[in-house]
Unconditional design. Structure first.
Ligand code: ATP
Length: 322
């Protein structure tokens, strides 16, 4: 392996830069040249390849976003787009590719592997933590901490006015951001796509617990089956008009910011391991960290979306939110 490429794809997440840095520095250590591909799969198709050296990744470990930019590529979904991408990789003499992205990016790599034999190794870069084969994806820890910081502030104002707040966080298909940050902020309820949301039960709970606390925070994952925070808040408001109800949508603030220390360490370990995996002729695998150990999971298993929620955690949420 003389030359490898690295790129970021799909939604950006804090810690991607730390991962890019680790890939570049590890490759250089092993006398492997590195190029960065700008703008995800779009850049692979449009020949946006740039050389990377040790200096190009200096002073980025603490920065959110991605220096390589990212994109969701419509063209890569077509055979014509992927053929152009394959030609460019060959033209640049790329012997292996490291993709930092989420499940869509790995599905793309898997499809590509049927048409092009350049090996791909993945690092899980997504705030959603919705990949099988890793305890934490790059971006998840920072996103949770961002939510916690924001909701702590909302709690201050909610407490002052005796308000009921519905706070919507990211998570179209996975409720892990809502679940973990909800536990951390002592939310009164956590509504996520993985479990059926019963709004009547929520109303009963809020009614019976009305006198327990002066403020209440309900964390809602955007993909919850009962609708978004606004829709649920409307129903609750109609049933419990004496509550002073407010909605706050946290939005894209959850994707940004300086990565936490844990994020930087995990992202560095994954980038380091990804280069080693390519050197060991591994392909179509995602690097993960499970029980503190590096683990390789085939892309097709990593994207399965069957993240089981820990039932003990769910029970704990119920008991602690009384
Ligand atoms: P996030 O979890 O943050 O959304 P992601 O990697 O899942 O990140 P996607 O937009 O789903 O983000 O996927 C990134 C890109 O991967 C897509 O824009 C598309 O170009 C490519 N891709 C996804 N699925 C396929 C597929 N089945 N075939 C080819 N390319 C694909």
């Amino acid at each position: 392996m003389k030359k490898i490429a690295v790129f970021t794809s799909g939604g950006d997440s804090p810690g991607m830069n730390a991962c890019i840095r680790a890939v570049v520095r590890t490759a250089i250590y092993h006398n492997i040249q590195v190029v960065g591909i700008m703008h995800g799969y779009d850049g692979m198709i449009n020949d946006e390849f740039i050389p990377l050296d040790a200096k190009s990744v200096a002073n980025i470990i603490h920065r959110g976003g991605t220096i390589l930019k990212t994109a969701r590529s419509q063209e890569f979904l077509t055979i014509e787009g992927r053929t152009k991408a394959a030609k460019n990789l060959t033209k640049h003499g790329i012997g292996g590719v490291i993709v930092i992205g989420g499940d869509g990016s790995f599905k793309g790599a898997l499809q590509f592997s049927k048409e092009c034999d350049i090996p791909f190794v993945g690092c899980p870069g997504t705030i959603d933590n919705d990949l099988i084969g890793t305890d934490f994806t790059i971006g998840y820890d920072t996103a949770i901490n961002t939510v916690v910081e924001a909701v702590d502030k909302i709690r201050d104002t909610a407490e002052s006015h005796n308000r009921l707040f519905f706070v919507e966080v990211m998570g179209r298909d996975a409720g892990l951001i809502a679940l973990r940050s909800g536990i951390a902020v002592g939310a009164e309820a956590i509504l996520i796509p993985e479990t059926k949301t019963n709004v009547d039960e929520l109303i009963n709970k809020l009614e019976s617990g009305r006198k327990n606390k002066s403020s209440k925070i309900i964390l809602v994952a955007e993909g919850d089956d009962a609708g978004g925070a606004f829709a649920i808040a409307e129903k609750v408001k109609a049933a419990l008009p004496y509550y002073d109800t407010r909605v706050s949508i946290l939005g894209h603030v959850q994707r940004g910011g300086s990565p936490t220390a844990m994020e930087r360490v995990n992202a560095s370990r994954m980038g380091f391991a990804a280069v080693e995996a390519l050197m060991e002729d591994k392909k179509n695998v995602m690097i993960g960290i499970v029980d503190k150990q590096i683990q390789l999971t085939p892309f097709e298993n990593a994207v399965k979306h069957i993240q089981e929620l820990n039932p003990h955690l769910m029970k704990m949420v119920d008991i602690l939110s009384l």
